[in-house]
Design a protein around this ligand. Sequence first.
Ligand SMILES: [Zn+2]
Length: 329
Amino acid sequence: MVKLGLLDHLAAGPVICAEGYLFELERRGYLQAGAYVPEVVLDFPEQVENLHRDFLRAGSDVIEAFTYYAHREKLRLIDRERDLELINRTALAIAKKVAAEGGALVAGNISNTNIFQPGDTEANRQVRAMFEEQVGWAAEAGVDYIIAETIPWVGEAEIALDVMKHAKLPTVVTLAVHREGLLRDGFTPVEAAKRLADQGADVVGLNCARGPRTMLPLVKEIRAAVKTHVAALPVPYRTTPEEPTFQSLTERDAQCTRCIPDGRPFPVALDPFQASRYEIADFGREAFGANIRYLGVCCGAGPHHIRALAEALGRRPPASRFSPDMSKH
Ligand SMILES: [Zn+2]
C-alpha cells in the first residue's frame, strides 16, 4: 500500500496535527517551564512516546517530532549543546515509531531561534546553520514533511523555508503573531503569508500565541489572499481582542487577588483561561468551513481537545470510544 503524502491528504480533506508537547509535558512534571527545552526526549523518552500515542489515538494525522527548541542556541543556554544531535535523532525516532502504529504522517520540526536580526549577516548565518543541521537530521530520518513553527519574523521564516525546500520535502510554515498583530519585521500576517507562498511554501498559516477567537480572523484573511493550503493551530485559551495572545492575558476576577502570584498567567497559570473541548470543536468547524485545512492545537492542548477537533471534522478516532455519554450517568 502506498502511503499518501501531506499534500494528497490536504487535497482530500482536513489534516490534524497535534502540537503543544512542551506545555503538556511541563504539566506532567517532565520538563521545565522557562528553559522549555525538550530534554525529556533523552531523560524520559517513554513519556514523549506516550504523549504522541495519546494524540494519535485522539485523532492526530501527524506525529510531529518533538524537536521544538532542540536547536543549538537553546541547548547552549542550558549547557547541553553536546546532546543536540542525539536529542534530534531520538525525537525523530520516537515520532516515527508511534506514527507507524497508526499510519500517521511524520513531521520534522524547526522553530524560532531567538537570534534572528534583520540585516545582521552573522546572526542570520547562524540561524541558517541551526536550521540546516536540524532539517538534515529530519530528512535523514525519512520524515514526510517539515514544519517551521512559531516564527515571529518573516525574514527568519524565509531562511527556514529556503533550507526546508533544499531538503526537497513538503513544507509547512506557521508564524506566531504576537500582541501587536504584526510580524516583528512589520509585515501584516497576510503580507507575510503571501511572501512565503510566493517563495514556494506548500502550507502557510499561524500557530501558537493566539487562541481560536483572535486567530480565526487572521487566518481567514490569509485564506483569501493565497492559493496554497492554509494552517491554523491556535492555543486553547480564551484570548480576546483586548488581550489577543496567551502571553497578554490578565486575571479579571477581582476576588482572585492571590490566584496568580505575579499577576501574569502566562505560562504556568493559564488554567482559568482554558478553552473547553466544545470551543475547539467550534473552531475546527469554522476553520474547515472557511477551507482552512491544516488544523491543530498548540501549547495547552490535551488529547481531549484533539479528539473534539477530530470529531468536529467528522472523524471517529480510537479515543472516541470513550467520548462522553451522559445517558449513562
Ligand atoms: Zn505553542
